[in-house]
Design a protein. Structure first.
Length: 349
């Protein structure tokens, strides 16, 4: 185990915000975590688990001990009549893992192609795109208790998945299980359906069907389509710093949705199974005039108002404070016009 000091974090967060970790340990195995917990000083320190840094806004130098998740490896665990279970280390790049499953002839994750981040961070956020969420393909995960060093396994119910939510985003209490800051994910397993069929139904995918004349795409075709769609709409973090979708799409009752439609007939909305409606946060932000606007070096992406970007580079780039000031101004505008308070997706550190 090597403890690195004063580590620059600009390359370790996709917003490319300039900051430093006072101390950082690269976790490449369970033994590395146990070594941290065996150290009398490190054991007592507060800890922050860092994956790909793709869902993170850093507002200053990081005081907690940073545990950088770098556990690698992908493998097929077992097969049954219904599914094939595959496993990946928490430090594996998510998109690379999706591509690996398709290389093995195992479809099921293609709708979530090109989502930035690591496999270990995916359950924390319950990532999802184009009609598929992680919980739809989730089998189990192994994590390690950062106090006791005990390795434990959680199934989907124990993870408490919700819309961009899980037990890993909440503090524990007497009433509710919460693992925020208490556990580090080591490995994640997914159950990929043997009887696969494409998940379609989104406007962008329907356009691809019309353009190509392919009504029933293969998993690889769907993977390629989604990569093309995302690249056309979303900035590449390697070129423009960003954390992907910055706000959650709000869910409202049928009555609330009808009221908003009466005032703004063009509002983009989707009916959910329980009769409620999900509104497109990007449309709400765009309707408030924020597309292309900036506060300091933090801006709203011109092609997708749901994405906030870093318009500068290095020390001349956006600070975490500028990003959060912009986010707060957007929330105020949307609340004043629509009566809805948008929730942010990224972790603010």
């Amino acid at each position: 185990m090597l403890v690195e000091h004063h580590v620059p974090l600009q390359a370790l967060n996709t917003f490319h915000i300039v900051a430093r970790a006072q101390r950082l340990v690269r976790i490449r195995s369970e033994e590395d975590v146990l070594a941290v917990l065996a150290d009398p000083q490190l054991r007592q320190d507060s800890k922050f688990v860092l994956g790909g840094g793709s869902n993170l806004v850093i507002t200053g130098d990081v005081e907690p001990l940073v545990l950088k998740s770098e556990i690698q490896g992908c493998r097929v665990v077992e097969q049954s009549a219904k599914s094939t279970v595959v496993e990946a280390g928490a430090g594996v790049d998510w998109h690379a893992f999706v591509a690996w499953t398709l290389d093995q002839g195992l479809p099921g994750l293609e709708n979530m192609a090109l989502i930035p981040g690591t496999v270990g961070a995916a359950p924390v956020q319950n990532i999802g795109a184009y009609g598929v969420e992680l919980q739809d393909r989730f089998a189990a995960l192994d994590a390690i208790d950062l106090e006791t060093g005990r390795v434990f396994t959680l199934d989907a119910a124990q993870c408490g998945f919700g819309y961009r939510d899980s037990v890993f985003k909440h503090q524990g209490s007497e009433r509710h299980m919460g693992l925020k800051g208490r556990a580090m994910i080591l490995r994640v397993r997914f159950a990929l359906p043997r009887a696969w069929k494409p998940v379609l139904g989104y406007a962008d995918l329907e356009k691809k069907q019309a353009q190509t004349g392919i009504d029933n795409p293969s998993a690889l075709q769907l993977f390629d389509w989604i990569c093309e769609i995302r690249r056309a709409k979303l900035p590449d973090p390697a070129q423009i710093g960003n954390a992907g979708s910055f706000f959650k799409n709000p869910t409202v009752s049928a009555e609330q949705c009808a009221d908003i439609i009466a005032r703004d007939p063009k509002v983009v909305h989707y009916r959910l199974h329980d009769g409620s409606f999900k509104l497109a946060a990007g449309w709400l932000i765009d309707a408030c005039g924020w597309r292309g606007k900036s506060i300091g070096q933090a801006g709203v992406y011109e092609k997708q108002a749901l994405v906030l970007v870093n318009r500068g580079q290095g020390t001349g780039g956006a600070t975490g404070g500028e990003v959060m000031t912009l986010a707060g101004a957007i929330q105020t505008s949307v609340y004043e016009r629509f009566g809805l308070m948008l929730e942010t997706e990224p972790v603010v550190l």
